[in-house]
Design a protein around this ligand. Sequence first.
Ligand code: NDP
Ligand code: MG
Length: 377
Amino acid sequence: MKNIFIAGITGSIGTQAIDIIRAFNNSFQLAGFTFHSNVKSAEKIINEFNPEFIIATLESSFLSLKTKFPEKNIYFGINECTKIIENQHFDIVLNAIVGAAGLPVTYSTVKNQKRLALANKESLVTAGEIIMPYAKKCEIIPVDSEHSAIFQCIQGENNNNIKKLWLTASGGPFLNSKKDFKDILPEEALKHPNWDMGAKISIDSATMMNKGLEVIEAYHLFNVDYENIFITVHPESIIHSMVEFTDGSFKAQLGATNMKGPIQLSFTYPERFPMKTYDFDIFKISKLNLLKPDFKKFSCLNLAFNAGKNGTSHCIALNASNEAAVEAFLKKHISFNQIPVVIEKAIEKYGDIKYSSIEHIITEHKNIYNCVKDSII
Ligand code: NDP
Ligand code: MG
């Protein structure tokens, strides 16, 4: 029986991870979790799984849950969470928190635990340089579908034989849209054609910043130069990503557009358990398109590639300002086409701060996020 701790259990990835635990309750048990605002879901999870470690990262949620379960040990705050990860044994920590708020979980896990199942891409975007050296001790199994695909494609291969990584991108809801980007509404941008995801990653997919963040994530996970990481638009989202080898051969990983595949693999690897939570009919696919991305229309792609090439400080400014811009767009404080403008300005202003530690990155990320947020309102 493997003990699983899930950070960000109430979100899209967290909820799907619970389905995997339910489907294999002889192999996995929920040992603990964090959540932020969704007290109702947290209550249900406690009643169903009775986990030992429960952490609310928002004070009002903590107080409300505490009155409902006075007999249980409920903790408050991300620092309590990192202490628990540092002092308890979990077989797997799944980090499914959204945004750079997930960085402390990634860091405490790679320092103290055996396996990190990583959905929270923002922690590698902002601190990949510091996190990755720990991967020799702690296994990092990517959950992001593209990186899970590449991880599967390179098993048994010699890294020197990798020529290029090809990240597939759905293109989001505006791939073929002729609509002026300034007129796009949050409710339109939230409607992803293939995936049902949290709000932030849905907007990131609409601007294609999600693919940009994934390029930086891939750079850190697989140690491949930016010049050799490519994006291809694949509207069907069946090919989850590909690796091109020096001998001209390509390996691709294909599957349903369902995150339960990569989540389950991150729990079972190196084993493969039967898929119990969805069916996939390969005959329903009639075409697999691979198209060139439009860097002009989706300028966030260029911003991310450039930030990656310019190093950690640019990536922190990119990520912090993107988080602030996406929130502002969702609240209708800025228009869709202003998202890349806000980010570009922030990189110019904050891109040269030097970082020496995770604590420093966390503090500065918050500062940049707050400054960008204040400058918008
Ligand atoms: P959601 O928004 O659906 O869920 C986010 C989770 O994080 C929730 O449990 C939420 O709690 C919690 N949370 C929100 N704010 C904070 C905070 N400030 N501090 C601590 N916890 C917080 O996101 P997704 O599940 O869609 O995405 C999670 C991560 O996985 C992201 O990094 C995303 O990029 C990545 N990912 C997601 C995919 C998907 O299909 N959804 C695919 C590939 C990667 P609560 O709900 O209680 O407020
Ligand atoms: Mg992805």
